[in-house]
Design a protein around this ligand. Structure first.
Ligand SMILES: O=C(O)C1=C[C@@H](OP(=O)(O)O)[C@@H](O)[C@H](O)C1
Ligand SMILES: C=C(OP(=O)(O)O)C(=O)O
Length: 447
């Protein structure tokens, strides 16, 4: 059964010191891309460490529906691809469940094909804006039908020959950038994407690894200019997916907040466009040791030793937002335990995630006794060191089908004076299957 169909509440209580060593499952962004490029490339792709969360499994299903062979064998995922330009028309709508990344990137992947594809998703995904991907696809000549406001269900039909575009991404979004590049794979000539604000670069790195002719340069105003030659050959690769830093964030913040804790998290992706949370927590006084820094599969990776820390509030630089965009909910929880005030700004994109995360976080903080102020694109949190008075034994935090809201507030309950309940923990399986077991193994009291 999919996450979210029957809500299951969960409760977290003040816990004794957390301890132990854990390995976090594969990065979600890299996992989606590995399945997509594997399905598109000629020959075989072997993926070790794929995140087997529901979001990624929906991408695996979509790639099968588009003609690729995708199977799991002894923990490795094996994808036999069709060759660039050779995807097949799916027989039924592609259902991406809760996953913005899977849905938007696949829109790019198939948008320029001269066949019809329909995209559907769950109640959360059906509220999220797709126009940001549909606009550049229209410029490429794709016919688009959507529900009002560019929402799902969306049906795309590509032209006989797509126009390669020169597209300046209007918001900080790796999903939009990636969708345009993936569509460019099936257009003749050079597709150019200009990113005024730099976002995660896994698509560019992986396209190069699969053999695409892709070049990146920095423009006069610091913008990133990415040029991709369409219709080139892509060849299957062996990919080792590093641990997801956006998932590591939860045990990491839990260890910082629960007195006496000392944990180690192995094999965490340390791509510099993904480490904003670690940089921020270090500035707040966190004891995080980066151990065994190395490269694996073309990405920086390290182990993290994390110890309980007395945090202090800071002003988080606005331009850091893209490097920690999914981590603000749990950062806000960390800020609730810090001495003084933490100011977070540049958060407009949080309003269009699985939930309106800015208002969901602010509502959760208020319910659990935290003083905070929500602005259109900012959040200010006034901390209470030691978590005195925080938590709520009577009411549950509303998670709005959002896995990160659920995990963030469960982390809060491990260190707050009173317990914290979330109304639904099932969505956690979209990005972090095994979260409850992993946290229990460290000593966290979550039921
Ligand atoms: O490209 C990706 O893999 C992702 C990009 C981000 O979304 P946006 O591109 O919408 O910022 C992020 O929030 C999401 O979890 C994963
Ligand atoms: C925003 C997220 O994912 P997506 O956009 O893929 O649904 C997330 O995982 O926090």
């Amino acid at each position: 059964m999919s996450a979210g169909l029957i809500a299951k509440p969960a409760i977290a209580r003040r816990s004794k010191a957390l301890g132990g060593t854990v390995r976090i499952r594969g990065d979600k962004s890299i996992s989606h891309r590995a399945l997509m490029l594997g399905g598109l490339a000629a020959g075989r792709t072997r993926i070790a460490g794929l995140l087997e969360g529901e979001d990624v499994i929906n991408t695996a299903r979509a790639m099968r529906a588009l003609g690729a062979t995708v199977r799991e064998e002894g923990g490795t995922w094996i994808v036999d691809g069709l060759g660039n330009g050779a995807l097949l028309e799916p027989e039924a709508p592609l259902d991406f469940g809760n996953a913005g990344t899977g849905c938007r990137l696949t829109m790019g992947l198939v948008g320029a094909y001269d066949f019809t594809t329909t995209f559907v998703g769950d109640a959360s995904l059906s509220k999220r804006p797709m126009g940001r991907v549909l606009d550049p696809l229209r410029q490429m000549g794709v016919q688009v039908a959507s529900a009002e406001g560019g929402r799902l269900p969306v049906t795309l039909r590509g032209p006989k020959t797509a126009n390669p575009v020169n597209y300046r991404v209007p918001m900080a979004s790796a999903q939009v950038k990636s969708a345009v590049l993936l569509a460019g794979l099936n257009a003749p000539g050079i597709t150019t994407v200009i990113e005024p604000v730099i976002t995660r670069d896994h698509t560019e790195r992986m396209l190069q690894a699969f053999g695409a002719n892709l070049a990146v340069e920095t423009g006069n105003e610091g913008e990133r200019i990415i040029r991709l030659e369409g219709q080139g050959r892509l060849t299957g690769q062996d990919i080792d997916v590093p641990g997801d830093p956006s998932s590591a964030a939860f045990p990491l913040v839990a260890a910082l907040l629960v007195p006496g804790s000392d944990i180690t998290i192995l094999n965490v992706l340390m791509n510099p466009i993904r480490t904003g949370l670690i940089v921020t927590l270090l500035e707040m006084g966190a004891q995080i040791d980066v151990l065994n820094a190395r490269t694996a599969g073309g990405e920086d990776v390290a182990d993290l030793r994390v110890r309980y820390s007395e945090l202090k509030g800071i002003t988080v630089p606005e331009d850091r937002a893209p490097s920690m965009i999914d981590e603000y909910p749990v950062l806000a929880v960390a800020a609730a335990f810090a001495e003084g005030r933490t100011i977070m700004s540049g958060l407009e994109e949080l309003r269009v995630k699985e939930s309106d995360r800015l208002s969901a976080v602010a509502a959760g903080l208020k319910l659990t006794g935290v003083d905070c102020e929500e602005a259109p694109a900012a959040l200010v949190v006034h901390g209470r060191p030691g978590g005195k008075g925080l938590g709520n034994a009577a009411a549950a935090v509303a998670t709005h089908l959002d896995h990160r809201i659920a995990m963030s507030f469960l982390v809060m309950g491990l260190a707050s004076e009173h317990p914290v309940t979330v109304d639904d923990a099932t969505m956690i399986a979209t990005s972090f299957p095994g979260f409850l077991e992993l946290m229990a193994g460290l000593g966290a009291a979550i039921e």
